[in-house]
Design a protein around this ligand. Structure first.
Ligand SMILES: [Zn+2]
Ligand SMILES: [Zn+2]
Length: 363
């Protein structure tokens, strides 16, 4: 079928909306009419080729919409179902079998190879299958595995970001760190991912919840969404000391979303004994975390990478959607909606930080 897709043709180049041919869904695949799609930091990272994915390429990995048709063997969804799309995984490797699909052994071929794991592509003339979807387009082909069924009362316009950016922050707290009531957490960088972590920390009953950011407007919003304290590095002599002043011995948990080397070091050094720092930020290749080995050893600290909030999407995305409907996870506060044609403005605003979570209205 003929579709429209936003194509990146060169490194740092603009998104060009072009007519492209899309195949029928193959075995185990689902073709989705995209209604909306979020813009995530990873789309921008690939536009800059911080992580090389072959160009020309259709990005987009927070799609939501209605199933148009399904391929052979698909049983989870059928035409007409309302769905959100998430990251790709194989469902069969050791980590997938252990219900940890975010660490799928085939993560790279299924998300950032520019095509299916076997090297084929459903799009003609451009690379795709980005996060098993390439949803900056009017239609996308996903797999049954990374298609998540939504409830009738879920809003398709805002459901897509649950599939990546929002679950990355919220899942890190609710699935991976799992703070007990009254344990402290510091979140470094309060963009869409960090603010999702803060809303989730409030759901978990963590306290205090410290937001760390240079942007006063974002710190203000963090307080409205659940942070109990804020630290602006421009306004304190030492961020670690400031966090110790709020938490006592340091934070039981830290969430690092900035991918800035010095910030990651601060996040680790701000931990209480036995504290855990989750590293979420994706920076250019060669971004290193430097930490004094003794500062890890003596307090028994843990540093752990967390991908996609360690979520099992079929369980966690409906859980977040329900928390939203219950008024406990107001992630719509982060969203600004743009028309699909204005994708370059949406990306520019996301990159400038003036928009926390851009969502493109495709239909
Ligand atoms: Zn797997
Ligand atoms: Zn993403």
């Amino acid at each position: 079928m003929q579709i429209q897709a936003a194509v990146i043709r060169e490194t740092d180049g603009p998104f060009l909306i072009e007519d492209v041919e899309l195949d029928d869904p193959g075995p185990g695949e689902v073709r989705v009419e995209i209604h909306a799609v979020g813009v995530c930091h990873t789309d921008i990272a690939i536009q800059h080729q911080w992580m090389p994915v072959p160009l020309p390429l259709v990005l987009g990995h927070e799609g939501s919409g209605i199933v148009e048709s399904v391929g052979e063997g698909v049983t989870k969804v059928k035409a007409g179902d309302r769905v959100a799309l998430t990251y790709g995984f194989c469902g069969a490797c050791p980590t997938c079998s252990a219900d940890r699909p975010a660490y799928c052994y085939e993560f790279a071929p299924r998300n950032v190879s520019g095509g299916r794991p076997d090297g084929t592509n459903a799009l003609h003339g451009v690379n795709g299958f980005f996060f098993s979807q390439s949803s900056f387009a009017t239609y996308a082909i996903a797999t049954e595995l990374n298609t998540v069924k939504l409830a009738d009362d879920d809003d398709l316009l805002i459901a897509g970001p649950l599939g990546c950016g929002i679950q990355t922050g919220a899942g890190t707290v609710l699935n991976k760190l799992q703070p007990r009531e009254g344990q402290s957490i510091a979140v470094f960088g309060v963009g869409a991912v960090g603010l999702s972590a803060i809303m989730a920390a409030k759901v978990a009953g963590a306290s205090p919840i410290v937001a760390v950011d240079l942007n006063p407007g974002r710190l203000e919003l963090a307080l409205e969404l659940g942070a109990t304290h804020t630290v602006n590095p421009d306004e304190v002599d030492d961020v670690v000391v400031a966090i110790q002043g709020i938490t006592g011995a340091g934070a039981d948990f830290a969430v690092e979303t900035t991918a800035v080397e010095q910030v990651a070091t601060q996040a680790i050094n701000a931990l209480a004994p036995l504290g855990t720092c989750a590293i979420l930020g994706l920076g250019p290749a060669g971004t290193n975390v430097t930490v004094d080995m003794t500062a890890l050893l003596i307090p028994g600290r843990t540093v752990v990478g967390v991908v996609e909030g360690d979520s099992v999407p079929d369980e966690f995305i409906p859980r977040l959607a329900q928390l939203y409907k219950d008024g406990r996870f107001p992630y719509d506060r982060l969203i600004k909606v743009y028309d699909f044609q204005d994708i370059n403005q949406a990306v520019a605003d996301a990159e400038a930080g003036t928009t926390l979570k851009a969502v493109l209205r495709v239909k």
